[in-house]
Design a protein around this ligand. Structure first.
Ligand SMILES: NC(=O)C1=CN([C@@H]2O[C@H](COP(=O)(O)OP(=O)(O)OC[C@H]3O[C@@H](n4cnc5c(N)ncnc54)[C@H](OP(=O)(O)O)[C@@H]3O)[C@@H](O)[C@H]2O)C=CC1
Ligand SMILES: O=C(O)C(=O)[C@@H](O)[C@H](O)[C@H](O)CO
Length: 333
C-alpha cells in the first residue's frame, strides 16, 4: 500500500524528517525557500498532511487548492496562522504543540523582563560604542525585579510558569488578568491574585503579556493602556505581534511614559517598526522565546506525532477542531 503524502513547509530537524519518512512520502522545504502562497499551494496540492510553523498561513484560498489535505500540524502552540473556521468548513484538522514549550518560554519571558528592567541591552550597546569612560552613581540605574509587583495578562500554561518564577524565585507579588479566573489551587501555587486589567496596569511594576492572538486580544496594549502604567514600569511581550500597538509603545518609550520594554514578537514580523529600532530602552529579539534545542525538538516531535497519530492511527494528540473527525470511522488514511 502506498504511503500518505505530506509536506514539511520549512527546513526542519533531520531526525524529524527521518521519523516522518517511516510513515509518509515526505516532501520537505529543506532549503527553507520563502514560498509565496501560490507556491505553497503548488507543493501542497497533492498532499494529505502538512507540517507547518507559526509563519505558514493556512487560509480558505489555500485550502480550496488542496482538496486532498486532511491535517495541518503546527509546530507552535499559537495557531493564529490557521483560519480554523475555514479549515473546519473544509474538513481539515488542525493541531498545535501545547505544553512542551512552557518552561523554556517562561524562562525567556523572565530573561526579557530582567534585561529590560535592568537595562542590560541598552548598557551593552553603550559600552560597545566605546562610551564608558568612568563610573557614575546613576549609570544605567533601572528598576528592581525582586520584591516588585508582576502583572501577567494571559495566565495560562506559560503565564503560570512566569508567575511561579516571579513568586518563588524573586519574591514578587503576582497579579494576573484573564477573561476567567483560575481555580484556587492554581492561584495558590502561583501565589497570584486575580485583578481587572485596569488594576493590573495601574499597579504592576512589570507587565508580561502571554495571551493568544485573536481579534479580541489585538492591541490589548495601546496608547490608553500605556498611559495607565507606572512611569517606572516594564512591558514584556512574548505572546504575538499585534497584541501591543507597536507605534504607541515606541512613542511611550520615547517620551519616557514607561521605563522599558522587552519584545520577542512584532506586528508584521519579521519586519520591525522603525520607531522601535530607534528607542534605546527596549530589548528586541527575533521570536525566539521557545528556542532551546531540546524544546524545539520536542515541538517538532509533537507536530510529527500529530501527523502520524491522525493519518496513520486516526488519533491526533492535540487537536484544535476535533469536530471535523466526526463520531464515526476514523478519517485517518
Ligand atoms: N514568543 C514565542 O516564541 C512564543 C509565543 N507563544 C504565545 O503564547 C500564547 C500563550 O500560550 P499558552 O500559555 O500555551 O496558552 P494558554 O491557552 O495556556 O493561555 C492563554 C491564557 O490567555 C488567557 N486569554 C485568552 N484570551 C484572552 C483575552 N482576550 N484577554 C485576557 N486573557 C486572555 C486565557 O484565559 P481565558 O481564556 O480565561 O481568558 C489563558 O489563561 C500562544 O498562543 C502563543 O501565541 C507561545 C510560545 C512561544
Ligand atoms: O509556539 C508558538 O506559538 C511560538 O510562537 C513559537 O514557539 C515558535 O517559535 C513559532 O511559532 C514557530 O513555529
Amino acid at each position: 500500500m502506498s504511503k500518505p503524502r505530506i509536506l514539511i513547509a520549512r527546513a526542519m530537524f533531520p531526525e524529524t524528517i527521518e521519523k516522518l519518512s517511516e510513515y509518509f512520502e515526505v516532501e520537505s522545504n529543506q532549503e527553507d525557500i520563502a514560498w509565496s502562497q501560490d507556491e505553497f499551494a503548488r507543493h501542497l496540492q497533492d498532499k494529505q498532511g502538512v507540517f507547518t510553523t507559526g509563519s505558514d498561513r493556512i487560509d480558505a484560498d489555500l485550502l480550496a487548492k488542496c482538496p486532498q489535505l486532511k491535517i495541518c500540524a503546527n509546530m507552535a502552540v499559537g495557531y493564529n496562522n490557521f483560519d480554523l473556521a475555514a479549515m473546519t468548513a473544509a474538513g481539515v484538522l488542525g493541531t498545535n504543540a501545547p505544553g512542551v514549550l512552557n518552561e523554556t518560554t517562561a524562562d525567556f519571558g523572565f530573561a526579557l523582563l530582567m534585561a529590560a528592567a535592568r537595562r542590560v541591552s541598552e548598557s551593552e550597546h553603550w559600552l560597545r560604542a566605546g562610551q564608558w569612560d568612568r563610573w557614575r552613581y546613576d549609570l544605567f540605574a533601572g528598576t528592581d525585579v525582586h520584591g516588585s509587583t508582576l502583572g501577567i495578562i494571559g495566565m495560562g500554561r506559560i503565564g503560570q510558569g512566569i508567575a511561579r518564577r516571579g513568586a518563588h524565585g524573586f519574591g514578587m507579588q503576582v497579579i494576573y488578568h484573564n477573561r476567567s479566573r483560575l481555580d484556587a489551587a492554581t492561584e495558590a501555587e502561583c501565589k497570584a491574585r486575580y485583578v481587572s486589567k485596569e488594576e493590573l496596569l495601574r499597579t504592576a511594576d512589570h507587565v508580561v503579556l502571554v495571551v493568544p492572538f485573536t481579534p479580541e486580544s489585538r492591541h490589548t496594549i495601546g496608547a490608553s493602556e500605556l498611559a495607565m502604567m507606572k512611569p517606572t514600569a516594564t512591558l514584556v511581550n512574548v505572546a504575538r505581534g499585534g497584541i501591543v500597538d507597536d507605534v504607541a509603545l515606541a512613542a511611550a518609550l520615547k517620551d519616557k511614559r514607561i521605563a522599558a520594554a522587552g519584545l520577542d514578537v512584532f506586528e508584521g514580523e519579521p519586519k520591525v517598526h522603525p520607531d522601535l529600532l530607534t528607542v534605546p530602552n527596549i530589548v528586541l529579539t527575533p521570536h525566539i522565546a521557545s528556542a532551546s534545542m531540546a524544546t524545539r525538538l520536542a515541538m517538532a516531535d509533537l507536530a510529527a506525532d500529530n501527523l502520524i497519530g491522525f493519518l496513520i492511527h486516526g488519533k491526533p494528540l492535540t487537536p484544535l477542531n476535533q469536530e471535523v473527525m466526526g463520531g464515526g470511522d476514523s478519517i485517518g488514511a
